[in-house]
Design a protein around this ligand. Structure first.
Ligand SMILES: *[C@@H]1O[C@H](CO)[C@@H](O)[C@H](O)[C@H]1NC(C)=O
Ligand SMILES: *[C@@H]1O[C@H](CO)[C@@H](O)[C@H](O)[C@H]1NC(C)=O
Ligand SMILES: *[C@@H]1O[C@H](CO)[C@@H](O)[C@H](O)[C@H]1NC(C)=O
Ligand SMILES: *[C@@H]1O[C@H](CO)[C@@H](O)[C@H](O)[C@H]1NC(C)=O
Ligand SMILES: *[C@@H]1O[C@H](CO)[C@@H](O)[C@H](O)[C@H]1NC(C)=O
Ligand SMILES: *[C@@H]1O[C@H](CO)[C@@H](O)[C@H](O)[C@H]1NC(C)=O
Ligand SMILES: *[C@@H]1O[C@H](CO)[C@@H](O)[C@H](O)[C@H]1NC(C)=O
Ligand SMILES: *[C@@H]1O[C@H](CO)[C@@H](O)[C@H](O)[C@H]1NC(C)=O
Ligand SMILES: *[C@@H]1O[C@H](CO)[C@@H](O)[C@H](O)[C@H]1NC(C)=O
Ligand SMILES: *[C@@H]1O[C@H](CO)[C@@H](O)[C@H](O)[C@H]1NC(C)=O
Length: 350
């Protein structure tokens, strides 16, 4: 304004230098990252192999610390990998100051407690792996702010509550792994609109299915689906549009009726598990593995893939006959279907 015209030059310079100081004290640098990591270190209550205790020392650069990777451009921490270090501890709010972090991996430790809101500042994250820890509390709605996230692993923790519908914001998500938690309620339909998804693993929670019939219309890249124990009731027809589906686990879903013939549309399928349902009719010849505890009838298909399954894959289906079960088939029984695809043998679910 007009007064500025009358400021003596030295006042003007003073203002600029005050502004500069304010700017530099507010702008985070590698020192910010160092204090964030030291805060994390101080929240580790058990470090049996003394990994951080000796290595994360202020006498060396943060960028040489074990598990830490810095970017060359901004000289800030871009990746933190503390996986499988047998650490016990909690996540401090200061971790949210690692604002250049692209990858955060603390898989397979014993971190517990809930996740601090400050983590929302990590808006550059593409890879977040908290799998196989002891985190609890609800899955925060602010996960929806991680719009660059490609891989999210929260499996094998003790997360409770519902899956927030804000997950629908994660438009670049490829892997969503939240199996083996204590989640409940419906799976938000917004998730099924993320067309980049390749793996959806939600099994072994207390989720409800009742997926609408067109639920899988927008998931062309899906290759692994784990909806164990989700009370689906029926298999949504649109699932058979997911041509790349490789691994499908629908164990314990109150499925009734016959296995839809359209299952044979899934030509990439290598692992299909439908045990502990109320399915009846003939064993689907295209896949057939792992279908214990249903009401399937007739001869077990023979062929490369089926031959690798032991009889516990079929147990609990009184009407099934033929190898590997000890019950032989009547002469009347239909010749078992041959299956001679060149598949590698059963991939396990990771
Ligand atoms: C980081 O910024 C602080 C002020 O916030 C400053 O004192 C420190 O020297 C800076 N460190 C580096 C490595 O630039
Ligand atoms: C910390 O560990 C890294 C990676 O193993 C190693 O390169 C570095 O020399 C170690 N630093 C100290 C002070 O032990
Ligand atoms: C880092 O995070 C803490 C807690 O979230 C905050 O109090 C602090 O001011 C932040 N900034 C720096 C530079 O450490
Ligand atoms: C989970 O982590 C524990 C160690 O904390 C390890 O012994 C176990 O094998 C891991 N389980 C899986 C399935 O990764
Ligand atoms: C998700 O997206 C909506 C609309 O694009 C936006 O209003 C919201 O702030 C985003 N973030 C979260 C966490 O929901
Ligand atoms: C999981 O969380 C529930 C509810 O907060 C709690 O009752 C239970 O003890 C926790 N289980 C484990 C293994 O931490
Ligand atoms: C999913 O996308 C379809 C087609 O774009 C749209 O009609 C539907 O409302 C979306 N559903 C959700 C839950 O976002
Ligand atoms: C299964 O494949 C057949 C032949 O390719 C096609 O006509 C049918 O629409 C497909 N069904 C589903 C549910 O995708
Ligand atoms: C199967 O159906 C029977 C009879 O309708 C019912 O009692 C049983 O609970 C069902 N089992 C499963 C696993 O849905
Ligand atoms: C399964 O196989 C074992 C040995 O391979 C056999 O002793 C057992 O009787 C079989 N069970 C059934 C139900 O066929």
């Amino acid at each position: 304004m007009a007064t500025a015209d009358f400021l003596p030059p030295f006042m003007f310079l003073l203002l600029i230098s005050i502004f500069r100081t304010t700017l530099s004290t507010n702008s985070p640098n590698i020192t910010t990252d160092q204090s964030a990591l030291l805060a994390l270190k101080s929240h580790i209550t058990h470090d049996p192999h003394n990994l951080l205790a000796t290595n994360w020392s202020t006498s060396t650069s943060v960028c040489s610390w074990i598990g830490v990777t810095c970017g060359s451009r901004h000289h800030r921490v871009i990746a933190l990998d503390l996986s499988s270090m047998d650490l016990t501890g909690t996540i401090p709010s200061q971790l949210g100051n690692l604002s250049f972090l692209v990858s955060l991996n603390i898989r397979q430790n014993s971190f517990h407690g809930s996740l601090p809101t400050e983590l929302t500042n990590l808006h550059r994250l593409k890879h977040l792996d908290f799998g196989n820890n002891s985190f609890g509390g609800e899955i925060p709605t602010w996960f929806g702010y991680f719009t660059k996230l490609e891989r999210l692993y929260l499996f094998m923790n003790n997360f409770t509550g519902v899956i927030p519908s804000t997950f629908g914001n994660l438009s670049k998500l490829e892997t969503l792994s939240m199996h083996d938690n204590n989640l409940k309620g419906y799976v938000p339909s917004s998730i099924f609109n993320i067309s980049s998804l390749e793996q959806i693993l939600l099994g072994d929670n207390n989720l409800f299915g009742h997926l609408s019939s067109n639920m899988f219309d927008y998931l062309p890249r899906l290759y692994q689906l784990d909806l164990r124990r989700c009370q689906l009731g029926r298999i949504p027809m649109s699932l058979f549009k997911c041509k790349n589906l490789n691994i499908l686990d629908l164990v314990d879903n109150h499925l009734e009726g016959t296995v839809p013939l359209e299952i044979s549309n899934l030509t990439s399928l290598k692992y299909f598990s439908i045990g502990r349902n109320n399915l009846s009719g003939k064993i689907p010849s295209i896949i057939g593995n792992k279908c214990s505890y249903n009401d399937l009838k007739g001869p077990i298909p023979q062929g490369k893939q089926f031959d690798t399954f032991t009889n516990d894959s079929y147990i609990g289906n009184l009407g099934l006959c033929g190898l590997p079960l000890s019950k032989g088939c009547d002469n009347d029984a239909e010749t078992p279907t041959k299956l001679d695809r060149d598949d590698d043998d059963d991939d396990e679910i990771n």
